[in-house]
Design a binder for this molecule. Structure first.
Ligand code: 13P
Length: 250
């Protein structure tokens, strides 16, 4: 039985003092949650978030990482740097980074390898645009993104990765995939992983849904056979609302 993993992606929101206030309000609300809870925060909040989440069940993640170890890459942050301050997770290949910052399947693959080499757990995003969906290409797109992202990894490494299926048309739009649609897309991703890494791996890997998840739709989504939790944007910015999502089963 796979565990549920529910991660908030704050994107480019929250100052350090706001992050500290958030965690202080959020911690008592989720301390007995059954799901694993992760907050993926801006770089500038990471240290404060880690200090304030110490000795709690809240894990802290970054939202990006560079694939090189070190060197002349002005403005970038390496996996080793994140690990050194106690970061545990890192989002890789979010559609906003693919769209606005020229990330490709190839850089996503390199970033995953850098993260794993430094003991960070990647949360890898895949998802189709509205145009691709309307052209009937959803499955082709998400299975190819999955295959290329994981290229060259061992089944053991793949088991330690989280995939977030985030249909781009559902991000920040208030439009959610129906739970059946989301579940079927995630089944297709699992089948692709079974093909390349074996059934064991495909049954163990955590695959989340993301895109306009709220406290009112979390339960229906997360109760689906193949949806192992969510990656939550806007609704993770309020501790009370995000706590309701984390405790969707109560
Ligand atoms: P929203 O929950 O705001 O739609 O964002 C989803 C997302 O992009 C999480 O990574």
């Amino acid at each position: 039985m796979r565990r549920k993993v529910i991660a908030g992606n704050w994107k480019m929101n929250m100052l350090p003092n706001e992050a500290i206030d958030y965690i202080q309000a959020f911690e008592p609300l989720v301390k007995d949650a059954k799901a694993e809870v992760i907050l993926c925060v801006p770089y500038t909040d990471l240290f404060y978030a880690i200090m304030n989440a110490q000795n709690t069940n809240i894990k802290i993640g970054a939202q990006n990482v560079h694939f090189e170890e070190k060197g002349a890459y002005t403005g970038e942050v390496s996996a080793q740097m994140l690990k050194a301050i106690g970061v545990e997770y890192v989002i890789i290949g979010h559609s906003e980074r693919r769209q606005y910052f020229a990330e490709t399947d190839e850089t996503v693959n390199k970033k995953i390898k850098a993260a794993l080499a430094n003991g960070l757990k990647p949360i890898v995003c895949v998802g189709e645009t509205l145009e691709q969906r309307e052209a009937g290409k959803t499955e082709e797109i998400i299975t190819s993104q999955t295959r290329l992202a994981l290229d060259g990894l061992t089944p053991e490494e793949v088991k330690g990765i989280i995939i977030a299926y985030e249909p781009i048309w559902a991000i920040g739009t208030g439009k959610t995939a129906t739970s059946d649609d989301a579940n079927n897309s995630i089944k297709a991703i699992r089948a692709e992983i079974a093909k390349n890494y074996g059934k064991d791996t495909s049954e163990e890997i955590i695959i989340q849904y993301g895109g306009s998840v709220k406290s009112t739709n979390a339960k229906e989504l997360f109760n689906c056979s193949d949806i192992d939790g969510g990656l939550v944007g806007g609704a993770s910015l309020k501790p009370e609302e995000f706590a309701k999502i984390v405790k969707y089963d109560e």
